[in-house]
Write a new protein. Structure first.
Length: 395
């Protein structure tokens, strides 16, 4: 780990910063040059010698991706799977869990839209009960309510660590302590937190963790990963199997592989996988503890600066807050805010209520502008952004 980030070098490593003010890192971050080079070079190799042959040639590097992912989150390589995105990783674990009628699954207002839709489908399919844990006075998952419901009995706790629609970082380790106390299976969606804040599955105590490459890890789109701990490997049969996930042992029998790669399938994006490995190695080299401190500081600076503007409201919740900053501008629809900033080559996005029905309508918010920062952003970019938002109110 280094004591200080070499920001000039990092920005030299990031071609995109010369073209846009990118505050859409919670959507897809700007990749460093090493990721771009890794992906392109493997695609060129596939075009030159063939796809299977290029994969064979890169077999050691492909295997090393599992080592890198394990280092990132404090796991073992055999507990890691590489899949196409965080949602599919989460789905492969949760859809494969052996639910029985009446099982209770506890979740929070921060839960990601795709996860909630999946839980509702599983409710129809298996007769499980989905129980909403309320927010506490800070806007994070209420640990007292969670313990009350765990004491009533729960098969699973499904928690989104950092929601897509705000700066909240939920107290994942405290939730893990309660899950251990009450023997509940713990699934953590780390899609927004992987690369944004330090993660250690041993300290968190989760059985499953899902993550993506494209956001705070700065990897390629179409890459994700799954951690499956001992209880997950013991209990979960993936809902989909193929010749990679299982072996055909006789005419009418098969055997599922023992490691987390049971959640993968045979065909994959090898260039993307190598790019994901390059992104993870880049994050590890800089030190997520160091980069997290910087991006959280930048985001808080942006929150404070936007709050100081007349007619601008910041809507982030939680005790711990990360790199996502959500806000509204009086009299300007969030979609218009996004479009008018984009015209100035400033990237943001909009979080609609339909993507956070357990949260935004509950707070009387139809939609929000989402600005998400990364460690390669600068104080000068924050100032430019705030000035641009300020002009929206008067133009």
């Amino acid at each position: 780990m280094i004591s200080r980030l070499p920001l000039d070098q990092i920005r030299m490593d990031t071609p995109g910063v010369d073209h846009v003010l990118h505050f859409n890192n919670a959507g897809a971050a700007l990749p460093p040059q090493v990721v771009l080079t890794t992906v392109v070079e493997h695609l060129e190799r596939e075009a030159t010698i063939g796809g299977y042959e290029a994969a064979g040639e890169a077999s050691d590097r492909l295997e090393a991706v599992y080592d890198s992912l394990a280092r990132l989150i404090g796991a073992e390589p055999h507990q890691m799977a590489v899949v196409e995105n965080a949602t599919r990783a989460w789905d492969m674990a949760v859809y494969g869990y052996p639910f029985v009628t009446g099982d209770r699954v506890l979740t929070s207002r921060a839960e990601y839209v795709s996860n909630v839709i999946a839980l509702l489908q599983l409710q129809k399919r298996h007769g499980i009960e989905v129980v909403l844990i309320e927010d506490d006075e800070h806007g994070q998952i209420d640990l007292r309510h969670l313990e009350t419901e765990l004491a009533r009995g729960a098969a699973m706790v499904a928690l989104t660590h950092a929601p897509t629609n705000g700066g909240l970082i939920n107290p994942a380790e405290a939730v893990g302590d309660l899950c251990k106390q009450y023997d509940a299976f713990y699934v953590l969606d780390a899609c927004q937190s992987a690369g944004q804040v330090p993660l250690n599955v041993g300290r968190i105590g989760c059985d499953v963790l899902s993550g993506t490459g494209r956001k705070y890890l700065r990897g390629p789109r179409g890459t994700g990963f799954l951690y499956a701990g001992p209880r997950a490997l013991e209990r979960i049969e993936p809902p989909l199997l193929d010749l990679h996930a299982a072996a055909w042992t006789a005419d009418t029998t098969y055997e599922i592989r023992p490691d987390a790669r049971r959640f993968e399938n045979w065909e994959g994006n090898y260039a993307g996988k190598l790019g994901l490995g390059a992104a993870v190695d880049y994050a590890i080299e800089l030190g997520v503890e160091v980069t997290s401190e910087r991006l959280c500081e930048l985001a808080q600076n942006l929150r404070d600066s936007l709050t100081a503007l007349v007619g601008v409201s910041v809507h982030d919740k939680g005790v711990a807050r990360g790199g996502i900053v959500t806000f509204t501008v009086d009299g300007v629809d969030p979609v218009d805010v996004q479009a008018r900033l984009l015209a100035q080559r400033i990237n943001t996005t909009v979080s609609p209520a339909g993507h956070a029905r357990l949260d935004l309508p509950h707070r009387g918010l139809p939609s929000l502008v989402r600005a998400s920062l990364h460690y390669y952003n600068t104080d000068e970019e924050v100032s430019r952004f705030v000035s641009a938002v300020d002009r929206l109110r008067t133009s």
